[in-house]
Design a protein around this ligand. Structure first.
Ligand SMILES: Nc1ncnc2c1ncn2[C@@H]1O[C@H](COP(=O)(O)OP(=O)(O)OP(=O)(O)O)[C@@H](O)[C@H]1O
Length: 711
């Protein structure tokens, strides 16, 4: 086994993916046997997860600890004397550093689609078919039966022709009828076997696609929120719909058609040799160049197909975003420019499709031509053999039919090969997503679910920057205590990080340093499901799902199946939603539309409050909505919020003066930390304080407040 030493930043990057700390006094090595690539160019594609080793001493590779495997099958490595550099093959063309890893210029990028399919990808694809092995085996059995019937037909049809030519008139009718009857029986069996094969293959294919979608969707929803900041929704949707279908099809229908082609071509060639070895040898000279052509064609097709899928995903992403925000598009009168943008993308897809069409046309033209040349040579050479009585007319007919079958099978095999390559291309993109380990897993290994729970919140010297903008810190050494059962209003200039506090409390992101505790326990030690089941949120623009009002309210409950209609009505009543819902013709069964678009802002807010009430959380995180609501709605929402807040620890991003006044304390955020904290009146009395300046700026200043200011 040969090992390559890793540079420190590469090692740190790989270890970070496995949540292992990179030690200064250790060296890290990677097994070189998994690196494949043209040695001259010193570029390597990692063909399977990398076995990583760590050594005590910087100089000696002994003793070592095997650290397990790092999944990096889609990255390219360059090798210099004894160190391995990493660079991504993503389409991002910035030569920059990412996660401390050197990314080289994209010009040096290798088109992996043109390389042989890694054995790991083949293994993954076969593994996918494993649960369906029995059904697939049965389908294969039927495939053998139907192919045997198909391939025996030319032989027996040749016999029928010879019977017609050679049988004496007295026996002719009886011999011909029995032969035809027997053949009809065999053909019926072949038809039934073929139908059974197609049925079983279809079912297995759908089952495989279903399983694949399940594991892909499971992996997507488990990813940390930061992943969705970086990844486009349309791309994920495309993976879920198009790529899964391609992989499923290449494993079943395509595989069965391909195997049938191989089997039929094999049997056909054998039968051709059986019927006339000299004629067979003459005709089959054309096959090897065609096979070589098919392999080259398949590789190019895989490359083009991957690019087509990627650009289609981009077009879908654009369409999805614009359609879901069509109101904004309309309001800005951007329909034309949006159509132009979409057309630009689909034009690119079309350009690629044209290249694919040229490839296909050339290839299929060639295969068609070579098929016809084969037939012509059979007729020419076979005619000569029949004339010299070395072959009967029946044998020549059989041979001709076998030639047809072999031609059809070879054409079938080439389309099988190209579909299979497409499947590998789509599969590679899927494994990337399926294998991705979330930066912080949902519940693995974290089982702490305290029984006693009061709800005290505390930020201890928290520093945080969003993963996509590491260079722009949001918090630096932020500290804040929210006592259990109290209401803390958070105010601050726009962009000061008020909503980010909510995201950190929900553990959508983890702080870069410092910690957040609940009842003195670090939130990272608590089971995330448990944690979130005790936290309710109502945001300024609550998102409802495209289902009925009742289902949206029930969504708040830990187990919506145990929620009764009475629970929903009660929550709606407390949230001031009951009356307006009853005013709808379908009441609680009214559909709210995509993201709740069929409801007004105030109505959505109140449904969201009812949803939070049903959850009955100990901690409430509220983003007060005021600007979007008219005064009546504002009053109703406010009243509902006040009812919701009773008996809970509340962190509220406050916009209304009354909320700020009624809160037990007010925290003022600015310059990455809490700059002031205290009761409303205390903070106002500080003439130079930010809070007072903010209040002065606010148009909603009350007379009462002005009086305090004048003092
Ligand atoms: N997912 C994200 N990725 C990167 N940066 C983000 C993300 N979300 C917010 N930000 C940035 O973080 C900063 C704080 O945002 P945040 O929404 O917490 O501010 P806020 O105080 O709630 O603002 P507002 O009062 O305007 O709602 C802003 O500069 C914003 O651009």
């Amino acid at each position: 086994m040969r090992l390559f030493k890793l540079t420190r930043c590469t090692a740190a990057n790989l270890l970070k993916r496995r949540n292992i700390h990179c030690c200064q006094n250790r060296t890290y090595w990677v097994e070189s046997t998994v690196l494949k690539g043209p040695r001259k160019r010193r570029e390597y594609v990692v063909s399977r997860p990398l076995p990583l080793y760590s050594f005590e001493s910087v100089t000696s590779p002994m003793p070592c600890i095997r650290l397990g495997e790092v999944s990096a099958p889609h990255h390219v490595w360059t090798l210099s004397t004894h160190k391995l550099n990493y660079y991504s093959t993503s389409t991002d063309s910035r030569p920059a550093t990412q996660d401390g890893v050197e990314i080289k210029d994209n010009k040096t990028k290798i088109d992996k689609s043109l390389m042989p399919v890694p054995s790991e990808d083949i293994r993954r694809l076969l593994h996918l078919a494993h649960p369906e092995r029995w059904r697939l085996s049965a389908a294969m059995g039927f495939l053998v039966a139907s192919s045997a019937v198909t391939m025996s037909a030319p032989f027996f049809l040749g016999r029928v022709i010879d019977t017609i030519y050679t049988t004496p008139a007295a026996d002719f009718s009886a011999s011909l009828s029995s032969l035809c009857l027997m053949l009809a029986g065999v053909f019926i069996c072949g038809g039934v076997a073929n139908a059974a094969r197609v049925y079983l293959m279809q079912i297995s294919g759908q089952q495989i696609v279903r399983n694949l979608r399940e594991s892909l969707f499971t992996s997507i929803v488990r990813q940390e929120v930061g992943f969705f900041d970086k990844t486009r929704t349309g791309e994920l949707i495309n993976r879920l719909s198009a790529d899964t279908t391609i992989v499923g099809r290449s494993l079943t229908d395509n595989l069965s058609d391909g195997l049938r082609s191989v089997a039929q071509a094999g049997v056909g060639v054998s039968m051709m040799f059986y019927v006339s070895p000299s004629l067979a040898a003459f005709v089959l000279m054309i096959v090897p160049p065609m096979a070589g052509l098919a392999v080259i064609y398949g590789r190019y097709l895989r490359s083009i197909s991957k690019r087509t899928q990627d650009s289609l995903a981009e077009a879908t992403q654009l369409a999805e975003e614009r359609i879901s925000n069509l109101r904004t598009v309309r309001a800005f009168g951007k329909e034309r420019s949006e159509v132009e943008k979409y057309v630009e993308r689909i034009n690119y897809v079309f350009q690629l499709a044209k290249k694919e069409a040229v490839l296909r046309a050339g290839f299929f033209g060639m295969t068609g031509l070579s098929g016809n040349i084969m037939i012509l040579s059979v007729l020419y050479k076979g005619g000569l053999l029949t004339a010299s009585e070395q072959m009967t007319v029946g044998e020549l007919s059989s041979f001709l039919m076998y030639t047809f079958w072999v031609g059809i099978s070879v054409a079938g095999f080439s389309s099988f090969y190209s579909e299979l390559m497409k499947g590998f291309g789509a599969g590679a993109r899927l494994w990337e997503l399926v294998d991705r380990k979330p930066e912080f897993p949902l519940d693995e290994g974290i089982s702490l679910r305290p029984e006693q729970f009061k709800g005290q919140l505390q930020f201890h010297n928290v520093s945080f920057a969003y993963p996509t903008r590491k260079e722009a810190p949001i918090f630096q050494d932020l500290s804040l205590v929210v006592p259990a059962g109290s209401v803390m209003a958070v105010v601050g200039p726009s962009g000061s990080g008020k909503s980010t506090m909510v995201s950190l409390l929900l553990r959508l992101y983890d702080p870069d340093s410092g910690m957040i505790t609940i009842d003195g326990r670090d939130v990272r030690e608590l089971n995330p499901y448990w944690l979130r089941s005790h936290i309710g949120t109502v945001s300024q623009e609550p998102v409802l799902f495209s289902s009925s009002i009742a289902e949206n309210i029930a969504y708040g409950a830990v187990d919506p199946r145990n929620v009764t209609a009475q629970d929903i009505y009660r929550a709606a009543q407390i949230a001031n939603a009951h009356d307006f819902v009853q005013g709808f013709p379908k009441g609680f069964d009214t559909m709210v539309g995509e993201k709740g678009i069929l409801l007004s802002g105030g109505q959505k807010q109140r449904i969201a409050i009812a949803r939070a009430l049903l959850k009955n959380p100990k901690i409430l995180l509220l983003d007060e909505a005021t600007s979007a609501l008219d005064s009546e709605n504002e009053y109703l929402v406010q009243e509902a919020l006040e009812r919701l807040m009773v008996g809970r620890t509340v962190l509220i991003i406050a916009h209304r003066l009354s909320t700020i006044q009624n809160a037990d304390a007010v925290a003022v955020l600015d310059k990455h930390r809490v700059v002031e904290c205290g009761r409303h009146a205390e903070l106002l009395s500080n003439r130079d304080g930010l809070f007072r300046r903010l209040m002065e700026k606010q148009a909603f200043m009350h007379d009462e407040q002005k009086q305090i200011l004048c003092k």
